[in-house]
Design a protein around this ligand. Sequence first.
Ligand code: S3P
Length: 198
Amino acid sequence: MILEKYEQTSGLCEKKAQDVLTERKQFDYNIVLIGFMGTGKSTVSDCLHSMFGMKVVEMDQVIAEREQMSIPDIFAAYGEEYFRGLETRLLVEMQSRKNTVVSCGGGAALRERNVAEMKKNGKVVLLTASPETVYERVKDDGGRPLLEGRKDVKGISELMEQRRAKYEAAADIVINTDNKTARQVCEELVQRFMEMKE
Ligand code: S3P
């Protein structure tokens, strides 16, 4: 069973910034990326892999492979609660790892139990973006069942507001991604972790 994204593919982000941070990139915990759909979790994970060689587990991808179904099909066939249960199980598995980026689906942090499991061996990073930015990033993608029927700035903004308190309560670090490249977000993220360690 393939668990890590880069057992199959290579990174997408430019592999240039092998600077001083690279020397200190080993984390003895996981970096758990949470945030609304389209806030850049997968892109930032790719970049952390390329820049710092971190392992990446893309939760939606692993769940879809294990279930042999797409995420929309899992929602349609078994419902959201079933899907959230699969997320919980995978988050528990991640506790035996370290120095791994766990890229969560946008709703994973809404379950209290999931957040508790993330925090047992991970630092939780919340990525944020404006509804306008999210809309631009997701508008042509049909793979997100919870945006069906509300894929516009107003619908995104409303769902984001409903979720905001839970996202913020889960986060150890918050990084806004509006108007930033993936690389800028990665550098900011690693910098913030360094500051936390000192
Ligand atoms: C969801 C976000 C999706 C996926 C599922 C549910 C959500 O992941 O897990 O469609 O509830 O926000 P992305 O955030 O990667 O789109």
